[in-house]
Design a protein around this ligand. Structure first.
Ligand code: ZN
Length: 337
């Protein structure tokens, strides 16, 4: 009996020691996580995107798996881990689009936040509502509600955006087109035959620009009647209607540049697609240029407001907006198989 009691006491000691060590490891891990998140998101005024995140290989699954295992323990840690994982995917997610390898989703953060209803101003800070908003969106879309924008969710989001775009590719009859004044264009030398726009699209564009001018935060230079000044380049039209012949010519001119991405069946054939000047190089698909563009106030204003005027974004080209009309009179034909 005495020896049994000794064994029991010894086991009790071992158990207590194990619990003590485990608790310490847990505390250290938690402190490390908090420090890590502070260094990624030092404060709200820091660069909002992933520039502060160290590159980490996508194949580093062991780390993510380990964090996920910890994440189920408390909600607080779970949120920290979600922030951490989102920061990694934001910088490093590998995907392909238009036959090109792409990295991360930092360029698209304003559109992503708008789509899930998250606050862009606190995005990337510890005060962000992003994981919670994303989880709600994921649930709505029928993907696992993890609050983490991983490759599966990213594919779903791209499909969601693409499905919302202009479905028609026909050129409207001449009486549904107009030639817009050159003062609406970014290039003040643009010839009349390259200034054609579908009428409803043009009306919606003018209403949208008037609303942007009226929004004092953008500081757009305007005329006394609320139009963009000649000297203001932002939100001016870079390109509108393009004929099939003109599109072919552009494709032939630049077979190896970003312009090779010019669609064979372009929404610009409809006169309802507008390339608007949002900053940087007007229509350059290089990541650095697009990243600059999606950080500008006018781009972010369009992301928040264009739908009110019937415009939809093309996520990959910050300058490209398509007029589909308001939901009650959308010109998108019903989807057929
Ligand atoms: Zn375009």
């Amino acid at each position: 009996m005495r020896s049994n009691r000794k064994i029991f006491l010894a086991l009790l000691c071992v158990a207590a020691l194990t619990a003590f060590v485990a608790a310490n490891i847990w505390r250290q891990h938690r402190a490390a996580l908090e420090t890590q998140n502070q260094s990624i998101y030092p404060n709200a005024s820091a660069p909002q995107f992933a520039s502060l995140v160290q590159p980490i290989s996508n194949t580093d699954d062991s780390l993510i798996t380990a964090h996920t295992a910890v994440a189920t323990s408390t909600d607080q840690i779970s949120d920290a881990v979600k922030l951490n994982q989102n920061a990694r995917w934001q910088a490093n997610l590998s995907w392909t689009f238009g036959g090109k390898n792409q990295r991360g989703w930092a360029i698209y953060v304003p559109l992503i936040c708008q789509t899930v209803g998250a606050d862009l101003l606190t995005f990337g800070t510890s005060r962000t509502d992003f994981p919670a908003r994303l989880a709600a969106w994921q649930q709505e879309m029928g993907v696992a509600a993890t609050g983490v924008l991983d490759v599966g969710t990213w594919q779903r989001m791209i499909a969601f955006w693409q499905a919302d775009r202009l479905k028609k590719r026909d050129t409207p009859p001449a009486n549904e087109m107009l030639t817009a004044p050159v003062t609406d264009f970014w290039d003040l030398q643009r010839p009349a035959e390259e200034r054609m726009v579908e009428r409803q699209t043009y009306d919606a564009y003018k209403r949208m620009v008037a609303a942007a001018v009226a929004d004092g935060t953008l500081n757009l230079r305007a005329t006394s009647d609320g139009q963009l000044s000649i000297g203001e380049s932002r939100l001016k039209i870079v390109s509108a209607y393009r004929s099939r012949a003109r599109q072919e010519k552009l494709r032939r001119q630049s077979p190896n540049s970003g312009r090779a991405g010019l669609a064979i069946n372009s929404p610009h054939f409809t006169g309802r697609a507008l390339d608007l000047y949002v900053g940087g190089e007007p229509v350059d698909t290089k990541d650095a240029n697009r990243r600059l563009q999606t950080s500008t106030p006018v781009y972010r204003w369009l992301v928040r407001n264009a739908a009110r005027f019937g415009f939809r974004p093309y996520f990959y080209e910050p300058w490209h907006w398509e007029f589909v009309g308001l939901p009650e009179n959308s010109i998108n034909a019903p989807i057929t198989q």
